[in-house]
Design a binder for this molecule. Structure first.
Ligand code: SF4
Length: 212
């Protein structure tokens, strides 16, 4: 089936006009911390956790000097708090020592930061600097890409490469937000609402169900 990918994105834009990043942050470094905390955790939980933390600790310098036990205590509700605390502190130190206290703005530099992988780097580039050269392939993006048939890969890096080939560059920033919202509201992991899905005509999974 030939898919009009721009139509697919435009339908999703009309369906979710408010689709934006759902992590709360006031500075680039706060987003770095929030993204790290969001691994294996809901954005809602992260947003409930960060206000108390950011009230007392604001800058990369603050986090570079934070006592690990104190940080663990703040971020405990987000899970995996030992590793997350270590990474946040190490990341803050690196930003202070190598980037003069500023969150770097290239993929290559972001990937040097402890705890920052390609998905997180894509989120930071988009939300802080408005740069969308790639797609943050999270669990929603992976599931939707596989179900629709945009990618048959399971590795997020390969899925991202497939999506970059499919969508015009100016649409990549929308893919990031829209797939997350579609995954939360319609194409849920369990019991997706296929019959009311606005993009079901593009979807391999739905079309196969209809055939059988
Ligand atoms: S038709 Fe179903 S599986 Fe396909 S994108 Fe829509 S909700 Fe997801």
């Amino acid at each position: 089936m030939n898919i009009d990918y721009t139509e697919l994105i435009n339908i999703l834009k009309n369906t979710y006009p408010d689709a934006t990043c759902s992590l709360d942050f006031n500075t680039p470094f706060e987003l770095v911390v929030a993204v790290m905390l969001s691994a294996q955790c809901t954005d809602e939980r992260v947003n409930k956790t960060t206000p108390a933390l950011f009230k007392e600790y604001k800058t990369p310098e603050d986090f570079a000097n934070i006592d690990l036990a104190v940080l663990e205590n703040f971020i405990h509700p987000c899970g995996f708090y030992n590793n997350k605390a270590k990474n946040i502190k190490a990341c803050a130190k690196k930003i202070v020592s190598d980037f003069n206290g500023n969150v770097p703005k290239t993929m290559e530099e972001l990937l040097c930061l402890p705890g920052v992988g390609r998905k997180s780097a894509n989120v930071i580039l988009l939300e802080v600097f408005g740069i969308a050269n790639g797609v943050a392939v999270d669990t929603h993006c992976k599931r939707i890409s596989n179900r629709i048939g945009l990618s048959s890969q399971s590795d997020p890096l390969k899925i991202e490469q497939d999506l970059i080939k499919i969508f015009p560059k100016e649409y990549l920033k929308d893919v990031n937000h829209l797939f997350v919202w579609h995954g939360r509201k319609t194409c849920t992991a369990r019991n997706p609402k296929c019959s009311e899905c606005k993009i079901n005509k593009f979807c391999n999974t739905w079309n196969n169900i209809q055939k059988n």
